[in-house]
Design a protein around this ligand. Sequence first.
Ligand SMILES: [Zn+2]
Length: 213
Amino acid sequence: MTTPELSDLLQGYHRFREHGWKPERERWATLREGQEPRVMVIACADSRVDPAHIFDVRPGEIFVVRNVAALVPPFETTPGHHGVSAALEFAVQVLKVREIVVMGHGMCGGCKAALTQELHGTEPGKGGFIADWIEMLDKVREPIAREFGTEGRAAERAMEQAAVKVSLENLRTFPCVREKEKRGDLTLRGAFFAISDGALHLLDEATGTFTPA
Ligand SMILES: [Zn+2]
């Protein structure tokens, strides 16, 4: 399998202009006025798990943030550039989305590195940024490592699914999220996309288990 380079992507862009943009001018004219997505999706940056593709939606239909391992950091006011928090704030307070879906996935490199800790102690630019980011999963690593070890699919899947729960927990440390959820204005959902069979699973937070959607 060969994957496209930018020159190939530009051919795709021209196809989009012909078949995606022109026939839907009216729709784009509406979108020009603004966006009103009702769902925010937080997903991994992994090239295999594009939420727009998986949920088969069109431009303007979902508000997406993607990063390494689909993680939401806790509410932190320390100096720094809080990209995920900024996007979350925009989605919740300005767009007023009704649902937030955290979608983890199978074969996640970020979750795997959180298990093996292979990037631990590396410098920023040499793995250090990733190590620092996935440090958020350290607190769930211990019980997983005890039960499944730190290698193999059982351990990896446990970490991938635990990461979704960590993100949901961190989402609830944001006062605006917590308050809206309490009022019933916002619903949080955990999901897991298995690359191997293309199946989406939804988290039942009461039982902690993921079942096919
Ligand atoms: Zn991933």
